[in-house]
Ligand binder design. Structure first.
Ligand SMILES: NC(=O)C1=CN([C@@H]2O[C@H](COP(=O)(O)OP(=O)(O)OC[C@H]3O[C@@H](n4cnc5c(N)ncnc54)[C@H](O)[C@@H]3O)[C@@H](O)[C@H]2O)[C@@H](O)CC1
Ligand SMILES: Nc1ncnc2c1ncn2[C@@H]1O[C@H](COP(=O)(O)OP(=O)(O)O)[C@@H](O)[C@H]1O
Ligand SMILES: [K+]
Length: 467
């Protein structure tokens, strides 16, 4: 289970943090002993006496393997080791010299019930050689339990990109801190369970996993307006706006208004309707000073009226949450438009919408951060590997999403939930982090085969865990 609020560092930041530890007087060997001891401890816990095969690569990830192999053997485990090349000069070479157990080459390796992957960690920069990847994948397949040291070999530490990583890793033991590769892209599905080993390397970063928010029970003097008024704008597909409006209510907003021109169907009766037929109507409505946040985009459509609604919402000096069609309408002009807003803006694109708005290179974190800075907006870049980024460099990564969220309308729910957090907890990353946490937790509570309507019903349950 990935700890919430855990720091996330790039490979370069991790190396810098290690250098600072060395500069403080800790030797490279003793840091490697710490890392190897953590690997040995976790491996022993899961091996429960079964024979262990350890793969050691040429770098420091291999160095950790040699330490773990020695400690496990000393503790009475049946350990054999595969070395894929001569260890690099330095600590890895010295740890290799201390290993006196059975060693074979990769191509002569026999599968064993427990496999430890110490081929490559944060030094992984290019795809695994094909022959090596095939043997590694086969050893994983035949093992009953596989643990990866720091990262699965074949996952890029900074991007989570697939460089030939096998399927079937059960546990990845992140050393010192999480890396983006544990949470992004293919890395998210290939790491198995991620455990974090504290090996006493201080890291300083503004990147963390999403944390459970603390939510206050309304005070004695609270009233519907003090708890925040959310205005949701309806468009061509009214169901989407209704989902957002209902999610804003369930998310704790004091008052939710659905503005549009559709006939009113079934409840909820607590949802207030406001008739809006034209952009002029909308501008007049958005001038109401009780409004604390506006949601525009779910089911908006992309016709001329939708464009006019977008302009009206942009002109309103209120916190604005833009989703769905509003983002598609912004298109490649998104940054230019967004950076003109004086009031805070949050946008919640999925990857398709994001790619239509922003160019950019690098990992999902790099691209989302660059877009946030350019657009001067907080971005919730959705997906299994949801990334939240703010203009000043704050980043949050979701570590407990539910795959069952991949169904229509759950993004509309997130937009409404975000508006409810905006009116209650203010600026920047905090409301986005709270909304993403609650959304993911509600999905877990809703369980398999959830539909967006039912997800809303579990938001209060998720909130009750935050009081
Ligand atoms: N410096 C230390 O004492 C510590 C290091 N640690 C371990 O050290 C790891 C990082 O070690 P390194 O920087 O030596 O890097 P790795 O051991 O991850 O990789 C070794 C070298 O392999 C080469 N390489 C990359 N991709 C390759 C490929 N596809 N095929 C063949 N060779 C390839 C690279 O030149 C790289 O430097 C961490 O992941 C962690 O396991 C941690 O235990 C903390 C302590
Ligand atoms: N495979 C997945 N695993 C976890 N969460 C997912 C996955 N696919 C989508 N989600 C989440 O589900 C929601 C879908 O939003 P979106 O794509 O906007 O759908 P819609 O527009 O139909 O509401 C987002 O919160 C997203 O992060
Ligand atoms: K590894």
């Amino acid at each position: 289970m990935i700890p919430s609020g855990a720091p996330i560092v790039t490979a370069a930041e991790m190396r810098a943090a290690e250098q600072a530890v060395f500069a403080s007087g800790v030797s490279q060997d003793s840091l490697m002993e710490r890392a190897g001891a953590a690997v040995a401890r976790e491996t022993a816990r899961f091996a429960t006496g079964r024979p262990i095969l350890i793969l050691a690569g040429p770098g420091n990830n291999g160095g950790d393997s040699y330490v773990a192999a020695r400690l496990l053997q000393n503790a009475g485990h049946d350990v054999s080791l595969v070395a894929t090349g001569a260890p690099a000069p330095g600590a890895a070479e010295r740890m290799h010299a201390l290993w006196h157990g059975p060693t074979s080459s990769l191509y002569a390796a026999r599968p064993r019930p427990v496999l430890v992957d110490g081929l490559f960690g944060t030094g992984m920069t290019r795809p695994l050689e094909r022959g090596l990847a095939a043997v590694f994948a086969d050893l994983c397949k035949q093992a009953e339990f596989t643990l990866a040291i720091d990262l699965p070999s074949g996952i890029h530490a900074d991007t989570g990109a697939d460089l030939g990583a096998p399927r079937g890793i059960d546990v990845t033991l992140a050393l010192g801190a999480l890396k983006p590769g544990h949470l992004l892209d293919i890395g998210l599905e290939r790491c198995g369970r991620v455990l974090l080993a504290d090996i006493d390397i201080p890291v300083h970063t503004r990147w963390r996993t999403v944390t459970r928010p603390r939510i206050d029970t309304p005070g004695a003097h609270s009233h519907k307006y003090s708890r925040g008024l959310v205005a949701v704008i309806e468009g061509a597909m009214p169901g989407a706006a209704r989902l957002a409006a209902r999610a804003a209510m369930a998310g704790g907003a004091g008052y939710v208004v659905l503005a549009g021109d559709r006939p009113w169907g079934e409840g909820p009766d607590a949802l207030v309707r406001r008739e809006v037929r034209t952009a002029e109507d909308l501008s007049e409505f958005l001038g109401w000073d009780r409004i604390d946040a506006i949601v525009l985009g779910p089911g908006l459509g992309r016709d001329r009226r939708a464009e006019a609604y977008l302009r009206a919402a942009f002109a309103a000096p209120k916190p604005l949450i833009l989703d769905g069609d509003a983002l598609t309408l912004l298109g490649t002009d998104a940054a230019r438009w967004l950076e003109t807003r004086a009031a805070p803006t949050w946008i919640t694109p999925h990857s398709g919408e994001f790619d239509r708005m922003f160019a950019g290179v690098g990992s999902k974190i790099d691209r989302t951060l660059a877009a946030a800075a350019e657009a001067r907006a907080t971005i919730v870049h959705k997906g299994a590997d949801t990334v939240i980024a703010a203009p000043k460099g704050e980043v949050r990564l979701l570590a407990h999403g539910s795959r069952w969220l991949s169904t229509a309308g759950t993004g509309d729910v997130l937009a409404g939930l975000l508006a409810a957090q905006v009116v209650q907890s203010g600026k920047g990353v905090a409301p986005a982090e709270a909304a993403v946490w609650l959304h993911a937790r509600a999905a877990q509570l809703a369980g398999p085969a959830l539909i967006a309507d039912e997800l809303i019903g579990h938001i209060p349950g998720a909130i009750s865990e935050c009081l």
